[in-house]
Design a protein around this ligand. Structure first.
Ligand SMILES: [Zn+2]
Length: 413
């Protein structure tokens, strides 16, 4: 049975974790920062050292390529991302890119000539310090003008970041790949939640990536003197926002199983001890496995509960900020992941991904599968993020063997 070289993978993992390393052991490689660009150059050097071809597209996606046995072989993409949130752990994204590279090296070293080209990709800006899924949206042809007009991190920092990476806004969309040239996309990732660890499973098979919608709500009352305004004469915007936050948590917990709703931010305008809050902005995010559930959540939380919380005294405005549709991953690849896991003596279970991934962009244009490995304590986006090395290796072997299996029967993709 062909397996990855776990010592070589380990060596790469430790070397990459040094790039953008924080004193407490985490890493910081935000999109297109010096550390991120250095990590991408390192990735290409490792690929070249293994005799693989390298490529960079107009969205800055960095790839290592192992060509198939014919000039018109379609490409099976394997990948993830090397960028991180500002204070991150060492596994999120990094494991998927390194395992993809290791899979290509293993196939090359074994002298296998496959009917599919294998490409290990490091997608640009998955984490969204700039746009979010910038590289994978570009590849999928989903990089809209709207997205670029109001990037998550704001226009000035978007323009500065892509200039720093040597990219041009006009050419980002040229990274689009013809779906007919692709055979599929596979991504290994840490779970970033507690389900696999709690259930004692080795491998998670992602069925669906949850969709999300986000909103900025503004509650407006009257900014008045906190000493002279009687309790009954107040229009306190913060009380409306607080009622709303409690109601969202209760309603989603009680009535929307499988969904999550979060009030992620409360901003009190010109806050002071002696002033009744006149204006409070609230950040709300809803996630669900189906569009129908998202519609129901939105109707309940945003249309109904926010209005109730505002009551007669407060004015309410709702701004819709972001929207990612839920997406189901390929059913036959899910079956293949389970078969391969069983063959390796690993236990596997289906699960939903509550977090967004490059796979959700790719799934729109090519058959896509995702493999999860356990996150200890479910911790992620934090230096304490940890996945046992045995689980990292298991995930890399599953990725390799699913890729080999799909390459043996490319007509099924
Ligand atoms: Zn990630």
């Amino acid at each position: 049975v062909l397996l990855v070289d776990e010592d070589r993978l380990r060596e790469d993992f430790l070397a990459l974790a040094e790039i953008g390393r924080l004193p407490d052991g985490g890493v910081s490689r935000t999109s297109f920062s010096d550390a991120h660009l250095l990590a991408r150059r390192w990735f290409h050097e490792r690929a070249a050292a293994a005799g693989l071809k390298t490529r960079v597209d107009t969205a800055g996606n960095h790839s290592a390529v192992l060509e198939g046995n014919s000039p018109d072989s379609r490409t099976l993409l394997l990948g993830s991302h090397l960028d991180t949130v500002p204070v991150a752990g060492r596994y999120d994204g990094a494991l998927g890119v390194l395992a993809a590279l290791e899979a290509l090296r293993t196939v090359k070293d074994a002298g296998l000539r496959l009917p599919l080209t294998l490409e290990a990709v490091d997608f640009s800006d998955e984490e969204g310090t700039v746009v979010g899924l910038l590289g994978s949206f570009a590849v999928s042809g989903m990089l809209t003008q709207d997205l670029l007009a109001s990037p998550r991190g704001g226009r000035p920092s978007f323009l500065a970041a892509i200039a720093h990476a040597g990219l041009s806004e006009d050419r980002l969309s040229d990274a689009r790949r013809d779906p007919a040239s692709l055979a599929g996309y596979l991504e290994l990732h840490i779970e970033q939640g507690p389900v696999l660890e709690r259930g004692g499973f080795d491998i998670g098979v992602v069925t669906t990536i949850a969709g999300s919608r986000s909103y900025r709500l503004t509650f407006e009352g009257a900014r008045r003197h906190a000493g002279t305004t009687p309790m009954k004469a107040r229009r306190d915007a913060l009380l409306g926002a607080a009622r709303f936050a409690l109601a969202v948590s209760d309603a989603v917990t009680d009535r929307f199983p499988g969904c999550v709703g979060t009030v992620g931010g409360l901003e009190v305008e010109r806050a002071a001890f002696n002033v009744i809050p006149g204006c409070v902005r609230v950040l709300v995010e809803l996630r669900a496995p189906t569009a129908g559930q998202l519609d129901a959540l939105e109707a309940e939380v945003v249309d109904h509960m926010a209005r109730d919380a505002a009551g007669a005294d407060l004015a309410l405005t709702v701004e819709r900020v972001g929207r990612w549709e839920p997406i189901d991953l390929d059913a036959s690849i899910q079956t293949c992941i389970v078969d391969v896991a069983n063959e390796l003596g690993l236990t596997a279970t289906n699960l939903l991904s509550g977090a967004g991934h490059d796979a959700q962009a790719l799934a729109a244009i090519t058959p896509t599968g995702m493999v999860f490995v356990p996150s200890v304590g479910g911790i992620s986006h934090d230096p304490a993020e940890y996945t046992r090395w045995r689980d990292c290796v298991n995930g890399a072997n599953v990725l390799l063997r699913v890729a080999l299996r799909l390459a043996q029967t490319p007509e099924t993709l």
